[in-house]
Write a new protein. Structure first.
Length: 449
């Protein structure tokens, strides 16, 4: 089989290496060839060291030949957003302030990837400190458009076939939106399931680690590998690891129920996105119960509330960064200087009010999730370059604020063939149920094609 055939499937690549059908070195070399071919147009990498990647792969092959125990990602190249510390690569966070920065320790997710046997070729590019501004990375399907946010390079690398999977951070819904418009799968688990220690946290309340792959099964494997309790992150939950790989392959005991969500900003979605969701809803009505419902009036204020919360916590992070680096605010870009000023002006009473509202909104959804297995909503406004709102992931924003598990599936495209995504949202810590429901949905759509 052509070695490139394993590049787009993380699970199949790991199985092929484990069975000796392909060596880790051959697989890594094939990935590097893809990177060489596509990188000039896409700009997915902040740092890439082919020799270091091949040495990791050769070490993985030696371990396998000598019969040593191997992990679930043994010998498979995985992308890593340049917001995570790694002791053998630069950690520049998309900012000239960190040019040449090196770390003495790995971030928690980096250590877990290494323990699982993954090969880390380098760092995927992010926009400045992972914020929602354009960076160096372009969409593979439309290289005239820049991808916004922390997951820009990670999403582009997976979508272009450079890698089978990648790991990134999400604060404002940018990971879900980037994946949807790149035509790949993304999964952001419930808050507290994957450690953020060693990652650049722009917002301690909002930031979560997410994964990007080309299949739902691969997303389950990659995320489950990272779900190890770490007391170095105060937000982590001490509980059993969800059995995502098993759950995504399981059949639900009864057909799932779906809530079709109407959001206050639904009219901003383009016609192709709305038409795709309507067609899906009609198809589902013949196979499962679904109910349309509108988010309450409080959700209309959510973008403002989230902006306040994010800006205040970003200012706190930036202030600490400036103190540690002994830099003045003038060392920041004009956009970051404005955000720092705005965040420092947030009143404590307003900040605490938003945190209280967040808890209240979570409680409001409890009755909804007693009835339905997943909420359905667009993952983004539409395709790449949709209107003038492409930088604001409004459709992913509520669930990020509430800490709910979310994923996007590449189910839609427009007449020009550009991808759009369907977003599924689960109940708090209902990650296994969400992935099982998403796989059931995919099976029904395949059966009806």
């Amino acid at each position: 089989m052509d070695k490139d055939a394993w590049l787009t499937g993380l699970t199949s690549a790991a199985e092929a290496v484990a069975q000796g059908a392909i060596s880790a070195e051959e697989l890594t070399h094939a990935c590097l060839q893809r990177i060489t071919r596509h990188e000039p147009q896409i700009g997915a990498w902040a740092f890439l060291d082919p020799n270091h990647a091949l040495k990791q792969a050769q070490r993985a092959d030696r371990m396998r030949r000598t019969g040593r125990d191997t992990g679930p990602l043994h010998g498979v190249p995985i992308g890593l957003a340049d917001l995570f510390d790694s002791k053998d690569m630069p950690c520049e966070r998309g900012s000239p302030l960190y040019s040449g920065r090196r770390c003495s320790e790995d971030a928690a997710v980096v250590g877990l990837l290494r323990a699982a046997g993954a090969v880390l070729p380098g760092k995927c590019a992010t926009s400045e400190l992972g914020l929602l501004v354009p960076g160096k990375t372009n969409y593979p399907q439309a290289t005239e458009h820049a991808i916004f946010g922390s997951a820009a390079g990670a999403a582009a690398a997976v979508a272009s076939g450079m890698l089978a999977g990648a790991v990134a951070l999400q604060s404002e819904g940018e990971l879900i939106q980037a994946a949807a418009q790149c035509g790949i799968v993304a999964y952001v688990p419930s808050s507290g399931l994957i450690s953020r220690r060693g990652g650049w946290l722009r917002s301690s309340t909002l930031d979560r680690v997410g994964v990007l792959t080309r299949t739902l099964q691969d997303a389950a494997l990659l995320a489950q590998t990272l779900m190890v309790y770490d007391d170095g992150d105060d937000e982590m939950r001490l509980q059993a690891c969800p059995r995502l790989v098993k759950s995504v392959q399981a059949q639900p005991p009864v057909p799932p129920r779906f809530g079709i969500v109407h959001t206050p900003w639904e009219d901003t979605a383009d016609a192709a996105m709305r038409a795709g969701l309507d067609e899906l809803t009609e198809a589902l009505s013949k196979q499962a119960d679904s109910e349309r419902f509108a988010l309450g009036p409080a959700y209309a204020q959510m973008p403002t509330s989230m902006h306040l919360l994010f800006t205040a916590e970003l200012a706190h992070s930036l202030s600490a960064m400036l103190v540690a680096s002994r830099q003045s605010p003038s060392a920041l870009s004009a956009d970051l200087q404005a955000r720092l000023s705005a965040g420092q002006a947030v009143l404590a009473t307003d900040y605490l009010r938003v945190l209280s509202e967040r808890q209240h909104l979570r409680h409001q959804l409890e009755d909804v999730f007693l009835w339905c297995d997943a909420l359905l909503t667009p993952a983004a406004h539409g395709v790449i370059g949709c209107g003038d709102v492409e930088a604001m992931p409004l459709f992913a924003l509520p669930w990020q604020l509430l800490g709910l598990p979310t994923l996007t599936l590449p189910l839609f495209d427009n007449e020009a063939g550009l991808p759009m995504g369907l977003q599924l949202v689960g109940s708090p810590l209902g990650d296994s149920r969400l992935l099982r429901t998403a796989n059931w949905l995919l099976q029904q759509l395949v059966d009806t094609d």
